[in-house]
Design a protein around this ligand. Structure first.
Ligand SMILES: [Zn+2]
Length: 145
């Protein structure tokens, strides 16, 4: 069992990242500098050479991390003016929100390994948009499936 928000599964080698200090978040950009293909990986050992952006996993954690993640999708009241209004450099929102949940919501990373379970998908068919990602529901997913 992974320690919530302290351990992750490396998207490159599939082994456990046992501390935030061991992790990096990497991603790519399209020609318009919009970000996609976010991955959490072991720093140095699992870093593919083709990814232009890599940032320490620690920068995505806690309140500081939440603030950083939000800056990807809005420059906010101070900076979002003129040409920068509605400026967003995320290309794939589903991928981005998956990253957000992996680094901000306890138990998401562990439960995420079960998200292709057919019984889980059937049981969640009528659930609301938010229900499956609540901390207590994620814990139930880990135990039940
Ligand atoms: Zn790795």
């Amino acid at each position: 069992m992974l320690k919530p928000l302290q351990e992750w599964i490396c998207d490159c080698c599939g082994n456990t990242i046992t501390s935030p200090d061991e992790g990096y978040v990497i991603w790519q950009h399209d020609n318009n500098q919009r970000d996609f293909d976010f991955k959490i990986i072991h720093k140095f050992v699992c870093e593919p050479p083709s990814y232009p952006s890599s940032v320490p996993l620690n920068d995505f954690l806690g309140t500081k991390g939440s603030t950083y993640l939000l800056s990807f999708i809005s420059l906010g009241k101070i900076k979002a003016r003129g040409q920068y209004r509605n400026y967003c450099h995320v290309l794939d929102f589903d991928e981005f929100v998956d990253l957000y949940r992996r680094v901000q919501i306890p138990y998401y990373e562990e439960a995420r390994r079960k998200f292709n379970n057919p019984q889980l998908l059937a049981d969640m068919e009528d659930a609301s948009e938010v229900h499956p990602y609540q901390e207590d529901v994620l814990k139930q997913i880990i135990e039940k499936y």
